[in-house]
Design a protein around this ligand. Structure first.
Ligand SMILES: [Zn+2]
Length: 110
C-alpha cells in the first residue's frame, strides 16, 4: 500500500487530499510502520513477551515568528485507535515506572 496510490482500490473510506495523497492510505502506512517499530523495540529489549497494546507519545515544539517556543503532546494509540482505558492505563503504568526509576536515582534521562 502506498500513501500516494490513488487507483481503483480507493473507496468511500479514502480521501485524496489537496496534495494528491490519500489520507486513509497515509494513515494505514504510518501505523503499519509503528507496529513494526514496536515489535522491533520489543525484540531489541530482549523481552520474550508479545506486544499487544502500545501508545506513542510525542512532544512537539513550534517556534513562533518572534522566536518564542510553544509545544504540545500528541498521543498515538497502536493501530490508530484502541479503547481509551488501555491507552490511559499504559501511560499511567509508564509514568509509575519512570517515577520508580527516578526515585531509585537510576534516571539517566533516557
Ligand atoms: Zn487510499
Amino acid at each position: 500500500m502506498s500513501d500516494t496510490d490513488n487507483t481503483a482500490q480507493h473507496d468511500t473510506e479514502h480521501f485524496i487530499a489537496d496534495d494528491g495523497h490519500c489520507t486513509k492510505c497515509r494513515h494505514d502506512v504510518a501505523f503499519e510502520q509503528l507496529d513494526r517499530a514496536i515489535d522491533a523495540c520489543v525484540r531489541v529489549s530482549g523481552c520474550d513477551g508479545v506486544a499487544v497494546d502500545a501508545v506513542l507519545i510525542v512532544g512537539l515544539q513550534h517556534v513562533e515568528d518572534d522566536g518564542s517556543r510553544t509545544g504540545h503532546v500528541e498521543v498515538y494509540p497502536r493501530s490508530g485507535a484502541q479503547p481509551s482505558y488501555i491507552t490511559r492505563g499504559l501511560i499511567s503504568e509508564g509514568t509509575a515506572l519512570l517515577d520508580a526509576i527516578y526515585a531509585k536515582g537510576l534516571d539517566d534521562d533516557q
